[in-house]
Design a protein around this ligand. Structure first.
Ligand SMILES: [Zn+2]
Length: 527
């Protein structure tokens, strides 16, 4: 099983992240390889070699186009053994998938007996010459990265146990797409004499409107005392695998790589003299962080059980300045695996909200299930701030989830997240910032500015600049849109989120889509 997971992981990185050559170069070499195989291999052998991949490609594209299901995301969830999530996501489409597989198999049977007609010698000679020209003209990376060479390499490495999962704790890890020589050109004048601890809790699937401070039910644990809660934040995307990398880098939603080549903000803290930590219950390949200390817990357990002991170890280390990222699982479906029912505020009837997907008839039970996980999320924040409260020196905790969640909010009847199109429901996230008295006393103006920005319309890209602003770390900002919320008010701006690589949608468009699908109305003017 571990080997299968390693292969799955490498297939994913093989597809998505090994882009040392340009896309055009990779496409050119890949197309040449296909034509070369077509001209030189017996046609039946070519079919045997290519049909499984063609089938897999059709299924991935079909799932995306027809159902808005991201199968690549499901594969990465599966390889970390959260099989329940995959089953929950696939269940509604079981019959459709069965019919599709039958239809494709029938098509395969029809195509199975092609006559073996050899390609003309002139075509073969032409292909060889063109291949030689490509070999001379293009860098070797375009050959290593071309399909299916990259795929073959990934399979071989995975079978040899040389996996991208348990990689050594070094900043120059081979599989990371980030440029290890990059930095944020960060510096700061006159750092404080007291110790400093900054904690960034990156959450999962938490909707802003479920927090008590943002209109959620009062039985849910409130944000830590004296924290500022931001209720109007738009996430960078509606999928974990693009939102988290965006959150920690300087790229904008709609950029062309899943994981930016840019270093993460941890390098900026490191340049300012901080020891860097990243502790995740989610796998390293989601964001490829460049923290000096990294630990990933792959055994499914409560966030608090997994992350708090790691936080304690980091806090006990002797370094004076620390930046610690906790990447949690918060409210990712299946929600019931994220909390202990005996401690939860709401009763959930297991017959109505376990297994399957949310239906209108059982939606109240699903909300109870979801809100119990939100409650557990807030307890994690409570425990983190309690630990920092007992530390000496300045301490700041920041929280925001990667994206939010759809739960049958409008007439579209959408569920969960990472769908083909983001919605206002799966991108409206909360933000929380908390600082201890030492930090607030040293930075009264910054705290006042943060409080003044409490109701401002925010974007995910504001969070890292704010955390660096809180620490007085200056760095080279390549974007014009983000706002350091400790430094001044938020100017009017168009907020946007990622649809897919190269494509964004703005908040007004997302709101208009939700408005046009308001339940119970047959025809809405202007839709
Ligand atoms: Zn997520």
């Amino acid at each position: 099983m571990a080997r299968a997971a390693a292969v799955a992981q490498l297939l994913h990185t093989g597809f998505c992240e090994r882009l040392d050559a340009s896309l055009a170069q990779l496409a050119l070499v890949s197309v040449w390889i296909v034509f070369f195989a077509w001209a030189f291999l017996p046609q039946k052998l070519l079919l045997v070699l290519t049909f499984p991949l063609l089938l897999a490609g059709l299924v991935v594209v079909g799932a995306d186009l027809l159902f808005g299901v991201d199968l690549i995301e499901l594969v990465t969830v599966w390889h970390t053994f959260h099989l329940g999530e995959v089953i929950a996501a696939v269940q509604p489409y079981v019959w459709t998938i069965a019919v599709a597989i039958f239809a494709i198999a029938a098509l395969a049977a029809l195509l199975w007996s092609p006559p073996d007609s050899p390609t003309r010698p002139a075509v073969r000679i032409g292909l060889v010459i063109f291949g030689l020209l490509l070999a001379i003209a293009l860098p070797s990376a375009s050959w290593r990265g071309a399909w299916p060479v990259a795929l073959a390499g990934a399979v071989v490495e995975g079978s040899l146990g040389n996996a991208g999962i348990e990689l050594p704790d070094r900043p120059n890890v081979r599989a990371s797409p980030r440029n290890r020589f990059d930095n944020w050109q960060a510096k700061r004048e006159s750092p404080p004499l007291t110790p400093e601890t900054y904690v960034f809790v990156i959450g999962e699937s938490v909707r802003a409107d479920r927090l008590p401070a943002c209109g959620g039910r009062p039985q849910i644990t409130a944000a830590p005392r004296e924290a500022i809660v931001f209720c109007d934040v738009i996430s960078g995307s509606s999928s974990t695998h693009t939102s988290v990398p965006l959150l920690v880098s300087r790229d904008l939603p709609g950029h062309n790589e899943r994981v930016p080549h840019d270093a993460t903000f941890l390098k900026a803290f490191e340049a300012a003299g901080f020891e860097t930590f990243w502790f995740g219950v989610q796998e390293r390949s989601i964001a490829w962080p460049d923290a000096r200390n990294q630990v990933y817990e792959s055994v499914p357990q409560l966030d608090r059980t997994a992350l708090l002991p790691l936080l304690d170890q980091a806090l006990a280390k002797p370094s004076q300045r620390k930046i610690i990222v906790l990447h949690a699982y918060n409210v990712h479906a299946p929600y019931r695996e994220r909390y202990k029912p005996e401690n939860a505020p709401f009763a959930v009837d297991p017959a109505k909200a376990t297994g399957g997907v949310p239906e209108r008839a059982s939606i109240d039970q699903w909300w109870n299930d979801y809100d119990n996980a939100v409650d557990e999320t807030m307890r994690l924040l409570e425990d983190v701030t309690a630990r920092l409260q007992s530390q000496t020196g300045a301490a700041v905790v920041m929280f925001t989830p990667d994206h939010a969640e759809n739960l049958l909010d409008d007439a579209r009847g959408l569920r969960f997240h990472a769908l083909k199109m983001p919605t206002i429901w799966d991108t409206s996230v909360p933000g929380v910032i908390w600082a201890n008295a030492t930090w607030r006393d040293a930075n009264p103006e910054k705290w006042k500015t943060l409080e003044a920005n409490r109701v401002a319309p925010l974007m995910h890209m504001d969070f890292v600049p704010t955390l660096l602003g809180a620490a007085n770390v200056r760095y080279r900002e390549t974007r014009s849109q983000p706002v350091d919320l400790t430094a001044g008010p938020v100017p009017p701006r168009t907020r946007f989120t990622q649809v897919r690589a190269g494509e964004t949608v703005n908040v007004d468009q997302l709101r208009a889509q939700a408005e046009c699908n308001r339940p119970g109305t047959t025809k809405i003017p202007g839709c």
